[in-house]
Design a protein around this ligand. Sequence first.
Ligand code: SF4
Ligand code: MG
Length: 335
Amino acid sequence: ENVLLKVDNLKKYFPIKGGIFGNKTMKQVKAVDGVSFEVMEGETFGIVGESGCGKSTAGRTILRLLEPTEGSIYFQGKNIAELNPNEMRRLRKDIQIVFQDPFASLNPRMKVRDIIEEPLINFGVSDRREREKRVLEVADQVGLTAAQLTRFPHEFSGGQRQRIGIARALISKPKLIIADEPVSALDVSIQSQVLNLMRDLQKEFGLTYIFISHDLSVVKHFCDRIGVMYLGKMVEIAEKHSLYDDPLHPYAEALLSALPSPHPLQMKNRIILKGDVPSPSNPPSGCTFHPRCPSCMDICKTERPSLQVIRDNHAVSCHLYESTEKLAVAAGELK
Ligand code: SF4
Ligand code: MG
């Protein structure tokens, strides 16, 4: 397996309006706060978490639709974070994005064929016939007819509009597609059609996906490996079955406990978390999950846990899984 994308200590901080400039204590929202993960060629890597956890910001920062505050983003060994605008524009052919809301992301005044074609013009494909041929090709691949290409986005249903969004992403023959809640705005019956299409396209073209979603059922169905985000950090990264069968982080445990059990006779206790997600402008000390964690220990309030591999391909950031020796030191029993 080859690593296609390696994200290392990625941070995206937004200054808060009205913060005191020139003052080192200026307030910031730490939307993405030191996220690291790898994505293998041909896999679907899911990023899950509640709204506001930083997953969309992470996706946009990887594409440099937002400038990273810190960190590296290696795509095929090249650090995207260091590319100049020209190099970045060329690289966009290889990394595309599909947005959540096809209604908002498609220009209502453009015909579908022009919407799908536009990236080719931006990438400097000057031969009109070549572009036309390619538009027909991808339209066919996503299940749109030639006749539909002369219509406008408002004439299409939500699922069809997402096909248009996918065609637009596909036209430059990307290697990686970042899909940000691509089916969240769609009816459940339409969701699986779009997911099946994405899976077929993945097989046919060897695509790699980063699949951003708040919906744990969809992620379970669609992803190979998953990273769970909480308040701008990855708290657990694991292969799908390892995560769903035996989540390690108390936050992931609570999220997954809310899923309906595949075996109705097998009782599962739903874990209800206290309180809401705190504001990322003022995150709690130590482990940022500690005010809500049912397993919180003293060390959790002051020391930030680091992401560590606990078992095969399964990493977690939680003091519960650190060595007993370290816990003893923290408790003052050892020096
Ligand atoms: Fe809970 Fe502590 Fe683990 Fe954080 S580090 S998730 S507070 S047990
Ligand atoms: Mg989002």
